[in-house]
Design a protein around this ligand. Structure first.
Ligand code: NAD
Length: 498
């Protein structure tokens, strides 16, 4: 058993609220730690520390800010194995998948090493008679990020790397399910040379989130999690005068055209549907084969693959996927599978009774495969966030396209085809933020921006890429003229360039 507190002013501190939450080992079902849940006083201390540290950090030239990230990237690489182990122990995902989680965050840190170039300003010489005009981007001040359990390394780094590189101070409120890695990342940032107070980590639940959303000294909020909370955070942040970018849930479709390489498509569905036990916002949870023959051939290939999935604890280096995060998540997923059976979908592979010798109390769900799912069913409409793939059969390409188009969520989508015309038409017409052509999980790299459409995202600027530089800075435009250029007396008419 270990106890986790907060990270304020450059060091770990114990919680003082008296409220804690349990942190489980999802593979064994045991409570392995407790995490402190912050009080308003602890939030106030973190914000005060950030506010005090920010002006000096923003005044440091961007090359020196970049060097902190150069060192941090080096430290992440040196600490990869212990970080991955720490992450898997609390999340449950396999070690290799945990390394992917860390590396995708590390890549955002590599991207922000370019901050001297990324944050350069615009200048117009001679915008008017003897007038120069320039627009600069300045840090917003203190920002906060609220992150989900499923990527405890990548998503915190999506947020704090650009925020801090731009000269802000940052308060991270990670998921209370797997808080060890975020705390360790903050320690490594200090080791990399970040001044104390620029990055603080506050653990907590709704009360901590509300404390951040209403704090007058916080200028910007970045959120990633489920859609109802994203909607709430966006609204509350806006009501409190803060800029906000909030990313929510998903239901990602993969359309398989009759000309697709079906072995490639089936392999892609396995990785994208069951990797990380389906607990990815970019997981594929709906397969849409076009035409009966495509559907029959695809399902025939998938059944033995899902049946032979290797499910195990993170200590099993041959496991394809681990348990889900909590007992509640396990119960919710199983009840949604029950619901699918009641609704008349055909459960071709049933993972509900999966049990692993020696890990009987772990939060495991075996891989599940549904066929003949229809758009009216709850299992189609709801984000299951577990190892469950639904096949929805479509007669034509237009019918297939219509499914993700009409779905509430718009995070990711993919098409498998050899037909360039179909792929181009799909990418152009689809109303979804991230599109894969023969790529099942089209998560953009760090120098492009990540974000969905529809109920998967609230706000207009995405994570990482150039959007993140815009989100974490605000524009100031300066118009300047020197006394030798001023010719006339008082002017009462609106100045124009007529
Ligand atoms: P969650 O919404 O339960 O929690 C996210 C964060 O919000 C956590 O830090 C949590 O402490 C906090 N929170 C929970 N309840 C709250 C409340 N009532 N008020 C204020 N804050 C609250 O999400 P989760 O279960 O940790 O993560 C899974 C969800 O996140 C899935 O829906 C998944 O699709 C989504 N997700 C989306 C993306 C994306 O980029 N769109 C990425 C990863 C995960």
């Amino acid at each position: 058993m270990y106890e986790l507190g907060h990270f304020i002013d450059g060091k770990r501190v114990a919680g003082t609220s008296g409220r804690t939450a349990n942190v489980f080992n999802p593979a064994t079902g045991e409570v392995q730690a407790t995490v402190a849940l912050a009080s308003d006083a602890e939030i106030a201390a973190a914000v005060a520390s950030a506010k005090a540290a920010q002006p000096k950090w923003a005044a440091m030239n961007p090359q020196r800010r970049a060097r902190v990230f150069m060192k941090f990237v080096q430290l992440l690489n040196e600490n990869m194995d212990p970080l991955a182990e720490m992450l898997s122990r609390e999340h449950g995902k396999t070690i290799e998948d945990a390394k992917g989680d860390i590396v995708r965050g590390l890549e955002v840190c590599e991207f922000v090493i370019g901050i001297p170039h990324l944050a350069k300003s615009e200048f117009t010489e001679g915008a008017g008679p003897n007038i120069d005009m320039y627009s600069i981007r300045q840090a917003v001040g203190v920002g906060a990020g609220i992150t989900p359990f499923n990527f405890p390394a990548m998503i915190p780094m999506w947020m704090f790397a650009p925020a801090i590189a731009c000269g802000n101070a940052f308060i991270l409120k990670p998921s209370e399910r797997d808080p060890s890695v975020p705390l360790r990342l903050a320690e490594l940032m200090i080791e990399a040379g970040l001044p104390e107070g620029v990055l603080n980590v506050i653990n907590g639940d709704k009360s901590a989130v509300d404390g951040l959303l209403t704090h007058p000294d916080i200028a910007a909020i970045s959120f990633v999690g489920s859609t109802p909370i994203a909607r709430y955070v966006y609204g509350t942040a806006a009501m409190n005068g803060k800029r906000a970018q909030c990313f929510g849930g998903a239901k990602n479709h993969m359309i398989i055209m009759p000309d697709a390489d079906l072995d490639q498509a089936a392999n892609a569905l396995m990785g994208a549907g069951y990797g990380s036990a389906g607990e990815r916002c970019m997981a594929i949870s709906v397969a849409v084969p076009v035409g009966e023959e495509t559907a029959n051939r695809l399902v025939e290939k998938l059944i033995p693959m899902v049946e032979s999935l290797r499910v195990g604890p993170y200590t099993d280096d041959k496991a394809d996927m681990g348990p889900v995060v909590t007992k509640e998540a396990q119960a919710r997923i199983k009840s949604l599978i029950d619901r699918g059976v009641e609704e008349g979908a055909k459960l071709l592979v049933d993972g509900r009774n999966f049990s692993l010798q020696g890990y009987e109390d772990g939060f495991f769900v075996g891989g599940c495969l549904f066929d003949n799912v229809t758009p009216e069913m709850d299992i189609y409409k709801t984000e299951i966030f577990g190892p469950v793939l639904s096949v929805v059969r479509a007669k034509t390409y237009e019918e297939a396209l219509d499914l993700p188009m009409k779905h509430e969520y718009g995070n990711g989508v993919a098409i498998y085809t050899r037909d360039g015309d179909a792929a181009r038409d799909f990418a152009s017409r689809i109303n979804i933020g991230m599109v894969g052509v023969n790529v099942p999980i089209p998560v953009p790299l760090a120098y492009h921006s990540f974000g969905g459409w529809k109920s998967s995202s609230f706000g207009d600027l995405n994570q990482h890429g150039t959007d993140s530089i815009k989100f974490w800075t605000r524009t100031k435009t300066v118009t300047s003229r020197w006394p030798s250029g001023i010719k006339s007396g008082a002017e009462f008419v609106m100045p124009t360039m007529k």
